[in-house]
Ligand binder design. Structure first.
Ligand SMILES: [Zn+2]
Length: 228
């Protein structure tokens, strides 16, 4: 059994373009929104109406209010950021928000407990090269839609003779990892940022990956919350 999920962080208005591509290829997923994300100019953030539109087809998850690294703020501020983002998005949506994503993947055990206490049932990290569910409050991913120069070892493990191609082209690495997981069953989790896809002119790469992993009879396409 192969399960495919995707997740898209921060809440940039270009998430609407990602959503369109996901719909086209019948791939599901979760948008993790930081309503006052300090890394996105206010006029480039998703509006409340856009968040509600996304929620028709996808899961909306919380990603703190302002996108601090939780390990760099006091535990009081961390808790407030976690709790407030859930409440804010639930007010926008009029429905519960159950998944959370740690900004920058930065967290310690105490933050996991805060996320649990706040009522979330799932939390995603930025760990890559995994093909399973793992700890539901520190869930790993398979691949980031981004070229990581620090990933040489992981790429080498999976690409073999096609190392260079997989090292330079995250879309090739993604389709290879998907094929590997689809062989024995597991979870393929692609994540990224729409603003980063735009910055790196990676829309064609993203579409290539979605065309490869989408619309397969033997695959279950789910939102992150369904991994629990
Ligand atoms: Zn983020």
């Amino acid at each position: 059994m192969t399960t495919v999920t995707t997740s898209w962080d921060d809440g940039h208005a270009l998430d609407m373009r990602v959503a369109e591509l996901l719909r086209k290829h019948a791939v599901s997923g979760t948008f993790y929104i930081s309503p006052q994300c300090r890394e996105i100019p206010a006029d480039e953030r998703l509006t409340g109406a856009q968040v509600r539109e996304l929620a028709h087809a996808f899961e909306i998850g919380a990603h703190t209010m302002t996108h601090p690294r939780l390990t760099e703020v006091s535990s009081e501020v961390a808790r407030q950021e976690i709790v407030d983002s859930k409440k804010f998005l639930e007010d926008v949506l009029g429905s519960p928000v159950s998944s959370f994503c740690y900004p920058g993947g930065a967290f310690i055990g105490a933050h996991k407990a805060m996320v649990k206490d706040a009522g979330f049932t799932f939390a995603r990290t930025v760990e890559r090269f995994e093909g399973g569910i793992g700890d539901p409050f520190a869930a790993p991913t398979t691949i980031h839609a981004y070229r990581h120069y620090s990933d040489a070892l992981g790429v080498a493990r999976h690409m073999g003779k096609r190392f260079l191609s997989g090292y330079l082209n995250w879309d090739e690495l993604a389709t290879t990892l998907f094929d590997e997981i689809a062989q024995d069953g597991g979870v393929f989790h692609l994540w990224g940022h729409s603003w980063e896809i735009e910055k790196n002119s990676d829309w064609e790469r993203l579409e290539r990956v979605l065309a490869h992993i989408g619309k397969r009879k033997e695959v279950a396409y789910v939102q992150n919350c369904a991994l629990v």
